[in-house]
Design a protein around this ligand. Structure first.
Ligand code: OGA
Ligand code: NI
Length: 348
């Protein structure tokens, strides 16, 4: 069908429509702050974007452009290597970091290749999703031999984007009317990762997706995309898929599931997907910011009262994460674990 393997073909209702409507995109927020009340104003712009879209772009974010360009360069050099070379750093059953080209989203294979690395090396995570199993496993990064500057460049980039992620976390706390550091302790042993995404040109872009529709499972995602475009988000008001316009050197920020839960549904973890095209390859670099494995995620008590009952029961971040990473790479009979599984009766 259309010259591509059936495993990549989306159900008809999930396939991208040929023409996407022209719309005003998600908010673009300038993070440079000046004058009195600057921080409050910035926090309030972020709060509005988190309520309405769950997505926004930031400029003047403090991550050096020169560093971002170096990471883009090593990413391209890595994905340009012969497949046998890339597979030397392949993900395996014991270590989920490294190269991978068989990810499935909602049980259809994504038209992409990825390289995953942990931000903290080592990272501590539960050994299994079983709630009674208390064993903790230690994970370390797998690195490719080539290009030689790959490891150092990626590590340097992770440190810079991490600073931005912590800054955003503070602004989001302020925007919820809470102290700036209210969420910071949840990230003392953060379990996040940086992913390099490579979307090769696809001969049948009307049938496949680079990443199928999904919500990010962590707290926050800080994404660099190149100038090709392809990321779309599902608008809350009418379910329409809205393209996110590339802005040079900007970052796309999205609220992920744990922040939706902490905010007790004030902020949304929005569904998004990636469309591919037949001419150009595309690169993107998401930084997934995840809490420590032992954090119990539940609506913040300051945001819960008689009028606003807790919408979720508490869940363990580590168990949730391990459950989901196990399922992302295989075809499953059922949908993988989502925060909806923890909805309380009051939220119905
Ligand atoms: C993801 C994702 C978007 C993109 O990797 O979770 O949504 O533009 N990526 O690559
Ligand atoms: Ni995503």
């Amino acid at each position: 069908m259309g010259g591509i393997d059936q495993v990549f073909v989306q159900e008809p209702e999930q396939r991208p429509k040929p023409s996407t409507i022209e719309v005003d995109g998600i908010p673009v927020i300038d993070m440079s702050v000046s004058g009195t009340g600057g921080i409050e104003k910035l926090a309030s712009e972020i709060g509005n974007a988190c309520r309405k879209w769950g997505f926004f772009q930031v400029i003047n974010h403090g991550v050096p452009l020169e560093l971002r360009q170096r990471v883009e360069k090593v990413a391209k050099a890595f994905f340009d290597l012969p497949i046998e070379e890339k597979r030397k750093a392949k993900r395996d059953d014991l270590n989920f970091t490294g190269y991978h080209d068989e990810e499935h989203t909602k049980n259809v294979r994504d038209w992409k290749e990825v390289f995953d690395m942990l931000i903290e090396d080592p990272t501590f995570l539960p050994a299994s999703p079983d709630p009674d199993d208390e064993e903790i496993r230690t994970y370390s990064n797998k690195w490719p031999e080539n290009p030689p500057e790959f490891r150092e460049t990626c590590q340097e980039y992770c440190r810079e984007v991490e600073k931005l992620a912590f800054k955003l976390l503070e602004l989001i706390s302020l925007s919820l009317g809470l102290p700036a550091n209210r969420l910071s302790d949840f990230f003392k042993h953060q379990t996040g990762m940086l992913r390099l995404n490579y979307y090769p040109p696809c001969p049948s872009p009307e049938l496949a997706l680079g990443v199928g529709r999904h919500r990010d499972g962590g707290a926050l995602t800080v994404l660099a995309q190149d100038d090709v475009g392809g990321l779309q988000i599902r608008r809350q008001s009418d379910g329409e898929w809205i393209p996110i316009k590339p802005i040079p050197n900007a970052y796309i920020i999205n609220i992920a599931d744990a922040l939706q839960v902490w905010s007790n549904d004030l902020y949304v973890s929005a569904e998004h997907r990636v469309v591919v095209n037949s001419e150009q390859e595309r690169f993107s670099i998401p930084f997934f910011f995840f809490p420590s494995h032992y954090v119990k995620v539940k609506p913040l008590e300051e945001l819960v009262n008689e009028q606003n009952p807790a919408m979720y029961k508490e869940y363990s971040w580590g168990k949730y994460y391990i459950n989901r990473t196990g399922s992302n790479y295989k075809k499953l009979e059922a949908e993988n674990l989502q925060i909806d599984h923890f909805k309380t009766p009051e939220s119905e």
